[in-house]
Design a protein around this ligand. Structure first.
Ligand SMILES: NC(=O)C1=CN([C@@H]2O[C@H](COP(=O)(O)OP(=O)(O)OC[C@H]3O[C@@H](n4cnc5c(N)ncnc54)[C@H](OP(=O)(O)O)[C@@H]3O)[C@@H](O)[C@H]2O)C=CC1
Ligand SMILES: O=C(CO)COP(=O)(O)O
Length: 346
């Protein structure tokens, strides 16, 4: 069945997901805040800034008119950087009604409030009630989705029926969608893997090898799970697509902006210059700040996040941060995880 779907955000991920939905014969309206980008997409079938070299499906209708895109949409998919989520929900909430399913595909935690994306969305909806909020997350770089390479993701919601509807919306032979009941775990895994990818980029920039990469990924996943479980997440979610899966792809892929930014930092560039050069969102930077604050408030041990925070915001040299991580007091590897598994999780 063809559904009407508004995609809010014509960056790389919003455009790629609009392409999946267009391939599935839905009525797709892609909102951009730039009129000239809407014209480019509609006339040339390209998005040269974010997805150079790709031809977009003819069925995507781009527009800078938010009302045209959202007013009678069955689904509204929000795909903007975390820092823009609140202002976008404020703009779309007059077009949300009790049958609208809100989906988001962003990955981040808000500094200052420590909120997940779905929490920010629900706050900004005020008294407006949508049918459900659903998150879509997992190992999925936009470029490979546009190439229609095999990709798997997870959708999660407190309302399982809505998650299943969203699964149906996106599923096709190249894009396989799983459901997961653990909304908290799915959002935390997707946001926090960016911190570890920045760290791995940094060690690559410093010239360290695969041992360092494997160490950071493994111990990084342990600290992501440690924080997630504190919020009631199911530890097994972190072994799934939105946890380990996304951690792997973001740490090893040539497409990862977080890895690339980390690499430039490890090669000696300063943060300001790196972010200006990227021209695309590097979510891990703000998420490192948010999670560092959260870990301190909750007294959760997150040594890799702390090391990254010191490099990004306290001018610590990356090589010094690595030495300090390696010189920490000795630990038992699985002790914490077995404690986690004894915790009451959903
Ligand atoms: N790219 C990917 O492969 C994946 C990305 N994600 C996540 O998706 C989210 C979006 O990232 P992505 O598409 O990659 O980002 P990009 O950097 O590719 O594009 C950012 C988009 O957001 C728009 N934007 C920026 N600030 C605002 C604002 N204040 N109000 C409205 N729109 C704004 C930009 O518009 P303009 O061009 O006008 O500046 C642009 O369309 C992130 O959370 C990311 O982690 C998740 C999975 C995969
Ligand atoms: O989340 C992503 C892949 O699943 C995108 O990661 P980057 O933002 O690092 O490119």
């Amino acid at each position: 069945m063809s559904e009407k779907i508004a995609v809010i955000g014509a960056g790389s991920w919003g455009t790629a997901l609009a392409g999946v939905l267009a391939d599935n014969n839905h009525d797709v309206r892609l909102w951009t805040r730039r009129e000239e980008q809407a014209t480019e997409i509609n006339q040339n079938r390209t998005n040269h800034k974010y997805l150079p070299g790709f031809e977009l499906p003819a069925a995507i209708q781009a527009s800078a008119d938010l009302e045209y895109c959202t007013s009678d949409a069955d689904y509204i998919l929000l795909v903007v950087p975390t820092k823009a989520v609140r202002e976008m929900v404020q703009q779309i909430r007059t077009f949300v009604h009790k049958n609208t399913v809100l989906i988001h595909a962003s990955k981040g935690i808000e500094p200052g409030t420590s909120k997940r994306i779905s929490e920010m969305m629900e706050e900004e909806l005020l008294e407006t009630k949508a049918k459900a909020t659903v998150v879509l997350s997992g190992p999925s770089h936009a470029e490979e989705v546009c190439e229609r390479q095999p990709t798997t993701v997870t959708v999660s919601s407190h309302i399982m029926e809505a998650a299943e509807d969203v699964q149906e919306l996106f599923m096709n032979n190249q894009f396989r969608v799983y459901t997961n009941q653990d909304l908290i775990g799915v959002e935390i895994g997707g946001a926090l893997k960016n911190i570890i990818a920045l760290g791995i980029g940094m060690t690559d920039g410093l010239g360290y090898g695969d041992n360092a990469k494997a160490a950071l990924m493994t111990r990084g996943l342990a600290e992501i799970a440690r924080l997630g479980v504190k919020f009631g997440a199911n530890p097994l979610t972190f072994t799934g697509l939105s946890g380990l899966g996304d951690l792997i792809v973001t740490c090893i892929s040539q497409h990862s902006r977080n890895w690339r930014a980390g690499y430039k930092l490890g090669s000696g560039n300063d943060l300001q210059t790196v972010l200006e050069e990227m021209g695309m969102v590097v979510e891990g930077v703000r998420t490192t700040k948010a999670v560092y604050e959260l870990a301190n408030d909750l007294d959760v041990e997150m040594p890799i996040t702390t090391a990254l925070y010191d490099v990004l915001f306290e001018n610590k040299k990356p090589e010094v941060a690595v030495q300090q991580l390696m010189g920490r007091v000795r630990k038992h590897e699985v002790e914490n995880m077995s404690l986690l598994l004894g915790t009451d999780f959903q």
